[in-house]
Design a protein around this ligand. Structure first.
Ligand code: CA
Ligand code: CA
Length: 168
């Protein structure tokens, strides 16, 4: 009777130990998982702040330029120049993509070479700035800049520029 009681008690202890081990394992894996999550969030936050500064660089670069080409005015939509370093008006940057990205002065930023700046310039309706129209069909230009990190979008921004015709 005494023997049986002892076996019973030791069996209970073994189950308790197993449950305790299992609980520790679950707690550990949850902690490790949480750590991984924190690292991911930190990296995403770092990517976002870099992406926002890369977006500002494009804004700075294009806002310094006129909407129409200084020589040919708005006869052509898109670049009149072969090399982007000679771009001198806003729509020259339509379809441009920079990887490594560039800063506001046009210098490349090799330290951020995993990022890409993509630029789209479109004419949009005067009474609906979200509706694109054919090239040169309006005086309103919508600029969309998208920043990608390793081919996935991190952030983007859109703004409007306006061409005031000389007749006005
Ligand atoms: Ca030009
Ligand atoms: Ca142009």
């Amino acid at each position: 009777m005494l023997m049986k009681h002892q076996v019973y008690r030791s069996g209970m202890t073994l189950i308790e130990v197993m449950i305790a081990t299992l609980l520790i394992a679950v707690a550990l894996s949850a902690m490790l998982g949480a750590n991984g999550y924190v690292t991911q969030v930190n990296r995403a936050g770092g990517d976002l702040s870099v992406a926002q500064s890369l977006l500002e660089h494009i804004k700075e670069k294009t806002e310094a330029l006129p909407v129409a080409d200084p020589e040919t005015s708005n006869a052509v939509f898109g670049p009149e120049e072969d090399d982007w370093t000679a771009y001198d008006d806003l729509d020259d940057f339509d379809g441009a993509s920079f990887c490594p990205p560039i800063d506001g002065r046009g210098d490349t930023l090799p330290q951020w070479s995993t990022f890409t700046q993509q630029i789209v310039v479109e004419n949009v309706k005067v009474d609906d700035l979200t509706a694109p129209v054919a090239d040169l069909d309006s005086n309103f230009y919508r600029v969309t800049v998208t920043i990608l990190s390793q081919e996935s979008e991190v952030t983007s921004a859109t703004w409007i520029r306006c061409l005031y015709s000389e007749a006005e």
